[in-house]
Design a protein around this ligand. Structure first.
Ligand code: TYC
Length: 120
């Protein structure tokens, strides 16, 4: 019969220090391995048909920008072909893309939006 080796529960970074048989605290130094999560930038793309006013409203509504900032971002997209509207965790970025594409489709505009990892 196969014998199982004893399972040692993993110790989290905030767990209590261990004591040896004499009661002395056993110190252990571990390298923290947690990396910050990958962030995603939401980009909007230029096209020849979507009205500027619609893009400004979308940027205000879904990216929480004021009128002036939204107008600057819209103009950057118009002139450069694309611009970052915001940077979010993966799920939030995907939701923003869905919201923009949904609003554009409902309004009958070909506005395109995508998310990509930062430093892509
Ligand atoms: N180029 C569009 C126009 O001249 C405006 C526009 C801006 C469209 C930004 C899309 O993501 C966009 N009406």
């Amino acid at each position: 019969m196969a014998t199982k080796s004893p399972q040692i529960p993993p110790r989290g970074p905030n767990s209590e220090p261990e004591h040896d048989s004499s009661g002395a605290v056993v110190m252990e130094r571990r390298t923290l391995k947690a990396k910050p999560p990958q962030m995603y930038q939401v980009l909007m793309l230029n096209d020849d048909y979507t009205p500027m006013e619609f893009v400004v409203v979308v940027i205000q509504e879904f990216f929480g920008k004021d009128l002036e900032t939204a107008t600057q971002i819209m103009l950057k997209i118009h002139l450069d072909g694309k611009a970052v509207c915001g940077v979010y965790s993966r799920d939030v970025a995907a939701t923003k893309v869905d919201q923009v594409l949904d609003a554009a489709a409902k309004a009958g505009h070909p506005l395109k939006c995508l998310s990509e990892p930062v430093d892509f």
